[in-house]
Design a protein around this ligand. Structure first.
Ligand code: HGY
Ligand code: MN
Ligand code: MN
Length: 416
């Protein structure tokens, strides 16, 4: 298989400009983005991406989860395509690069091959996965999860947001419910470029993360039921305070994660307090717990200890308690050959690199179940992400996108 030459590099300025143009859609309030899944802003971002892809000669396919597949033909139309992409949806207070870098680096890769009139044997498909973030509608990595056969379409269509809107209805409302059956596509390989969303690469002054594994994730939603009553006249022993229960379970989550350092993280994220009145003891609280670890046994231990400890807290405070698992995936080991292609690309290009375990979840974690998959990561400033101040440098974007270009083109087989 012909190897790409070290001087095969993409147009970093054009990539950066695309990222900045996409950032104008669904702006946040502090310089980042609020382009949540299947909102009108998401629809606008999709339309812009579609325009750019069609201008680059790509043909679009959309599946029943709204995932966008933008295809560049290969010399052998029967050859399994090499897929490359990520997601354009963001957190409510998201950054400009989480997901977006990977999708637009895929587009820039195609633009560069077009400019240089390079053909590949295998087609190349650039992907925008629907609802990677899982913030408006849980679970995260929603569309790639359906694609990998982890979630049923009907179950996912019925998922509701905080306002009770159904995912399937919202997808249809924005006009992005395609006809393609989800998961019908077969891939030779899938590559995803993503910002690290952690501090390691920047702290070590390393340009490229060669992602060998992804840590596992366990999301629980806990509902505590007490009794609303007057915060002034209700004697302390008579209270059934769901707010107090949430506070104690929050501390328990932290204690359990700290007991497994450095192989675990845990926190709560989404919190609802009813009736949320300053002089009513909360009668009900609903909150989410996010546990992660690269070790499956640690994940299981954290889940078991949390459930037992939370039950005990509920009993002591005379509260009802209910658990719902709203997301889960086991720790992931990415494909050896794909990882090697990424590592060789970084070496060929002369970039510093190191193996990395992804702290965050990504669509690649699910796609890895149905196709040879791996990820490339670039540093981010202070390791900050899921914060509007998320920042990377144009150089980090360009270098990591060049590694992606080489790994994809080598796998898609350059035609001399
Ligand atoms: O939660 C995650 O890890 C991803 O950012 N959705
Ligand atoms: Mn992401
Ligand atoms: Mn994210």
């Amino acid at each position: 298989m012909a190897e790409p030459r070290a001087n095969l590099q993409l147009d970093g300025a054009r990539l950066w400009d695309s990222i900045m143009q996409m950032a104008k859609i669904g702006p946040g309030v502090a310089g980042g983005n609020n382009r949540q899944t299947v909102t009108d802003e998401d629809a606008d971002g999709r339309a812009l991406f579609q325009r750019w892809c069609e201008a680059a000669g790509l043909t679009m396919g959309v599946d029943q989860m709204g995932t966008m597949f933008m295809r560049r033909e290969g010399t052998d139309p029967e050859a399994l395509p090499v897929y490359v992409g990520s997601h354009l949806d963001t957190q409510p207070t998201g950054g400009k690069y989480d997901g977006v870098l990977g999708v637009l680096a895929g587009l820039e890769l195609v633009r560069t091959l077009n400019d240089l009139e390079i053909k590949t044997k295998h087609p190349i498909v650039v992907v925008n996965w629907t609802n990677e973030e899982g913030t408006r509608f849980a679970p995260a990595m929603m569309a790639s999860g359906v694609f990998a056969g982890v979630h049923e379409l009907d179950f996912i269509y019925a998922r509701q947001d905080a306002k009770g809107l159904r995912f399937g209805d919202e997808l249809k409302r924005i006009g992005w419910c395609g006809d393609e059956p989800v998961g019908a596509r077969k891939m030779k390989a899938y590559f995803e470029l993503h910002i690290e969303q952690g501090p390691i690469l920047e702290a070590e002054g390393i340009d490229i993360g060669v992602v060998t594994h992804g840590q596992g994730l366990n999301w629980l939603q806990v509902t505590l039921t007490g009794r609303e009553s007057h915060t002034g006249s209700t004697p302390m022993p008579m209270r059934r305070n769901a707010g107090l229960g949430m506070a104690r379970i929050t501390d328990l989550v932290h204690e359990i994660a700290m007991s497994h350092q450095p192989k675990a993280v845990g926190a709560i994220g989404h919190v609802e307090v009813y009736p949320n009145s300053r002089n009513i003891i909360p009668g009900r609280t609903v909150f989410t717990i996010d546990f992660r670890s690269p070790d499956i046994e640690v994940l299981k231990d954290m889940d078991a200890r949390l459930r037992a400890g939370a039950e005990k807290i509920a009993e002591e405070l005379k509260l009802g308690i209910a658990f719902e698992q709203t997301g889960h995936f086991d720790p992931v080991t990415f494909d050896e050959d794909c990882v090697t292609a990424v590592r060789r690309a970084a070496e060929r290009l002369g970039y510093s690199h190191r193996n990395l375990v992804s702290g965050a979840g990504h669509d690649a974690c699910w796609v890895n179940r149905v196709a040879p998959t791996c990820m490339v990561m670039c540093p981010c400033v202070d390791g900050l992400s899921h914060n509007e101040a998320e920042e990377i440098t144009p150089e980090w974007a360009e270098k990591s996108a060049n590694v992606l270009l080489h790994a994809v083109v080598e796998t898609a087989e350059i035609m001399a």
